[in-house]
Ligand binder design. Sequence first.
Ligand code: SF4
Length: 258
Amino acid sequence: MKPDTTNAATDRTRDTLDLAPRFTEHDALRLNRMFRGSSTQEMLEAVIRDGLAGDLAVVSSFGAESAVLLHLVASVDPSVPVLFLDTGKHFAETLAYRDTLAKRLGLNLVILTPDADDLAKRDDTGLRWSYDPDGCCEIRKVRPLAKALANYDASFTGRKAFQSSTRVNLPRFEVDTSDAQGRLKINPLIDWDASRIEGHFIQHDLPRHPLIAQGYPSIGCSPCTTQVAPGEDPRSGRWKGWDKTECGIHKPGEEPFL
Ligand code: SF4
């Protein structure tokens, strides 16, 4: 007997792929409005516990001030993945500090490394940073992070407005424009100033990055980080001598005004 196909067209469920971005500028604006006047702690609890931004990760360089954001997030939920880009060019002190903090705060540390083929093809000498820092950051930071972030809906960054003139207008929530996925970038500390950061370190007895005492207020890879004189922009020691202020993970001028 032939199967009855009378209602086949109407009964069929259309199988479609959802290719829409996860978050839009409108979503980011709505979240910024929703948390206007909320404390950092209130915002983090709502975002992490109530899942307002989907699957989350923290991106941390384990730099001079990273402990504050890591402590705040771990206080709400230590299982939130903490992504660390092991570029192969970090100071030994940064790697030791990473392990100290991860143990102290009980972090769910995820270490990302550059693709071995990329390194072999484009930086076999390991010196690309010296003649093409953008290309070096692309291989060692941007690509491994983009691959890892594809698994998440949103990421926390430790950016603060006072760190640099390129960051003064950043909102708490913004759409990550590095690809078409529409992830959120969340900047919980964007309105924190240096004294508040310092106060949090003291209040919670958080360990310091050992290089701060040696004149490094902003710490990245060792070949691209130099000491900064007192009173200078803390980030002026990054890529000194190059027309470069961010590593390609964050792009100056791209962030929307709030
Ligand atoms: S900060 Fe310097 S060493 Fe590190 S990935 Fe970028 S260019 Fe390379």
